[in-house]
Ligand binder design. Sequence first.
Ligand code: GMT
Length: 383
Amino acid sequence: MKIGITCYPVYGGSGVVATELGKALAARGHQIHFIAYSIPFRLGHVQENIFFHEVNVNAYPLFEYPPYTLNLTSKMVDVVKYEKLDVLHMHYAIPHATSAVLAQQILAKEGIVVPIVTTLHGTDITIVGRDPSFAPVVSYSINRSDGVTAVSEYLRDETLCCCSGVTADIEVIPNFIDTTRFRRMNKEHFKQALCPNGEKLLVHVSNFRPVKRATEVVQIFHGLRERGLKVKLLLVGDGPDRMPAEHLARKLGVHEDVRFLGKQEPVEEILSIADVFLMPSGSETFGLAALEAMACEVPVVASDIGGLPELIVEGETGFLCPLGDVGAFIERTAAILSDEALHAHMAAAARARAVNAFDLAHIVPRYEEYYEHVRQRVLAQSV
Ligand code: GMT
């Protein structure tokens, strides 16, 4: 199949999933056309059947806010027409699904049929999509998509219950991971450099937006130190809450044992030296960063919210704590760190869950089947 994929290329989990999906589909023989404003950051080196079409945004004195949605639409029209795409797959509803619906209508005037699949990822529904300044366009674009998927049961239910006017059937296809790439590697020299006295290492990876509650990670770390645990903390990524987290670490006097690494790739090398992964997020439809940790044999201690209970098996692959209950996070993390047998059991169970339930070999064929199903339906309707 020839598949057009649009995503946010430089930021966020939806872009990572879209890019990894495109790479996996290309490896299975499909021709993939990424349509975005820049090359997706996880794309890596050029591959034979992967193409990139850059959306140029026009600067014009009249445009205080350049109309990216329209530039994207025109690029989609062009790519579908000349590359003869079989399907357009939009990741994140705003504005991608809207551009695709408009492109589909323009192409229909020329007798070209292209089905649209929209994958809902998270804040496009739970935060941004609900904003009244977007809501009617978001629900219209979701309903007008020919196929809609959500990355968790939680997100599907949230969309149907809380996005007013959404009536589309939503297929749940969970996120996935390449467990041959994300696996625990021997990085002892790195661990030794960071934890020279045998300290346990806590890791947090995020984009440091307020929803990730990065300052709570520092509070949890401080609480563990207060309990006398020998621990260090590594924070990976960057964003608005990085500075407040740094300030808090200084204020609590733990800054010397907290390292802020900024944005880093390959993250699997860092995860390979982690003992526990902390995710105290206030909202998380799936928690891709937690899955990456699990694949690297790292137990996860996370908030009991959103799609996280679909990923983390309570007491088996990690622990789920009430949202904002720093005391519970400290207690559960301490339990894992102080019990070697429990840690080893959870590490193995986390890896097994990633491999058995979320490996790309299980999930990518579900997208292929879904594209085929949607395409057959749309083509049958168009004759
Ligand atoms: O909100 C983000 O963190 C970025 C966002 C995205 O769409 O780029 O992430 C969401 O999608 C990820 C991939 O499906 C999920 O793993 C994240 O849980 C989800 N984030 C939130 O719901 C906050």
